[in-house]
Design a protein around this ligand. Structure first.
Ligand SMILES: Cc1ncc(C[n+]2csc(CCOP(=O)(O)OP(=O)(O)O)c2C)c(N)n1
Ligand SMILES: [Mg+2]
Length: 434
């Protein structure tokens, strides 16, 4: 995203004296968040500033950029030299780095692949088959290998099944993942084997790789595949046996974790099918329920704000994704607290006539925080919210709105909503999600 914003006129003292929309330092505020934030000082500078913004936007990790144009410049005309935007190509893998990785990956006995969001364009399945490696994924990597594939284990690095698998591995190949605390939940993974990392950046903050390929994951995985011996070091039968055992342990834990949302995740599994996309928010129904219990069959079919964990993400993410992929079944999954952070987007979705079910799991407040306060022995306070009538709220903004108290009705409701001429808010009391 390139965000262009107007700013205080050139020469304005920015003394906080109430100019319309005055911000103390808008460019600096944006700079704290985006890859590149710049306020131009003249019209003549704009072409090169745009070129630099494109360079920052298209290199390294995908990140937004910001250009501020002082208001008075918007009125000015000047002769400018146009420059071509600099669009950086993908970062190519270095031959020597690939060679070292191939040497380590050529003969492991118990390899494991950890696939993150950065692996979504890479041939993870082909590499897993060639290595004989079970695959676990982060939330953003969910679907890197289809859930029905015999080497797929599950999504969610916090699971004990994942830490056990990684601890027993002699080689761990991490592709496009920081192995971040927000994925691990319970502290760093214990990795006694060799850690090989393929990543756009040389990040070693959370686990120190012994072998590092710093490159675009798609190209790096391709290069590794081209150089690995045809014959997998681990026979398929043995690899699939390890994966099946890990998958069973994973599923058991995921079911316990998601028991309160079992009816909901079963309905989601049915209506999303092979192609559907779920845009989730930072709600328990999502990270205890859908993450481990709704299978994904393709990369980028589980949209979730890992890392920042921002409430209010799910609905706008679903709208954007539905506009990009109008033929794909799309569902937004929210808690009653988080949905209020971006509830106005229902009006946008209705205006666009999107067939978008928006599920609001209602537990009368900030459930996660309520649990954490209770667990710590703190007095539970300021976490209860008066639930609006979400169905009526949806209708008032131009959506359909239904309340579902019987989990058996959920599949039918969602199926209808996916074929409707507008969004449908599905108000689901938490007891009915079970
Ligand atoms: C913007 C923002 N503010 C606060 C938080 C902290 N936070 C994390 S989970 C949570 C509760 C969310 O409530 P709800 O959406 O109803 O989901 P529930 O926990 O009840 O499943 C809060 C307040 C956050 N992640 N993002
Ligand atoms: Mg809630």
């Amino acid at each position: 995203v390139l965000l262009v914003s107007p700013g205080l006129p050139l020469g304005h003292p920015a003394a906080g004296n109430g100019y319309l929309h005055e911000v103390k330092n808008q460019t600096a505020a944006m700079d704290a968040i985006v890859a590149y934030s710049h306020r131009v000082g003249s019209v003549a500078e704009i072409p090169s500033a745009v070129a630099r913004a494109f360079a920052a936007m298209t290199s390294g990790r995908p990140r937004p950029v910001h250009l501020e144009i002082p208001l008075d410049l918007l009125d000015q005309a000047a002769a400018v030299e146009l420059v071509d935007p600099i669009v950086a190509g993908p970062r190519l893998p270095a031959e020597n780095e690939v060679a070292v990785a191939v040497a380590v990956l050529a003969a492991p006995a118990r390899p494991v692949i950890v696939a993150g969001g950065g692996s979504r364009d890479a041939e993870v399945q082909a590499l897993a088959e060639r290595l004989g490696a079970p695959v676990v994924t982060t939330a953003n990597g969910k679907g890197a290998v289809g859930a029905d594939h015999p080497l797929a284990v599950g999504a969610g690095l916090h699971q004990v099944a994942v830490s056990n698998l990684v601890r027993e591995a002699d080689v761990v190949l991490a592709i496009g993942t920081e192995l971040a605390p927000s994925d691990l939940w319970n502290g760093p993974l214990e990795i006694p084997g060799t850690l090989v990392r393929i990543d756009l950046e040389a990040v070693a903050a959370n686990a120190n790789p012994e072998v590092n390929v710093v490159a675009d994951a798609r190209l790096a995985v391709r290069a590794v595949l081209e150089q690995l011996p045809e014959q997998p070091p681990v026979p398929a039968r043995k690899a699939e046996g390890r994966a099946a055992a890990a998958r069973a342990a994973f599923a058991e834990q995921a079911q316990v974790e998601g028991a309160a949302y079992a009816g909901l995740t079963a309905a989601l599994t049915e209506v999303l099918g092979e192609d559907g996309i779920l845009a989730g928010d930072s709600t328990m129904a999502c990270y205890y329920g859908a993450l481990g219990n709704v299978p994904a069959h393709r990369p980028a079919t589980f949209l979730y704000p890992t890392g920042l964990g921002t409430l209010g993400y799910g609905l706008p993410a679903a709208i954007g994704a539905k506009l990009a992929r109008p033929d794909v079944p799309m569902i937004a999954l929210h808690g009653d607290g988080g949905v209020m952070f971006s509830i106005a987007e229902l009006a946008t979705a209705a205006q666009l006539g999107l067939a978008l079910p928006v599920i609001v799991v209602d537990n009368g407040g900030y459930g996660e925080i309520r649990h954490e306060m209770a667990e710590r022995g703190d007095p539970v306070h300021a976490v209860d919210l008066p639930s609006p009538d979400f169905a009526a709220l949806g209708r008032s903004l131009g959506c359909y709105g239904v309340r579902v108290d019987d989990p058996d009705r959920l599949t039918k409701t969602l199926t209808e909503a996916l074929a409707a001429d507008r969004p449908t808010v599905v108000h689901l009391p938490e007891e009915a999600a079970r």
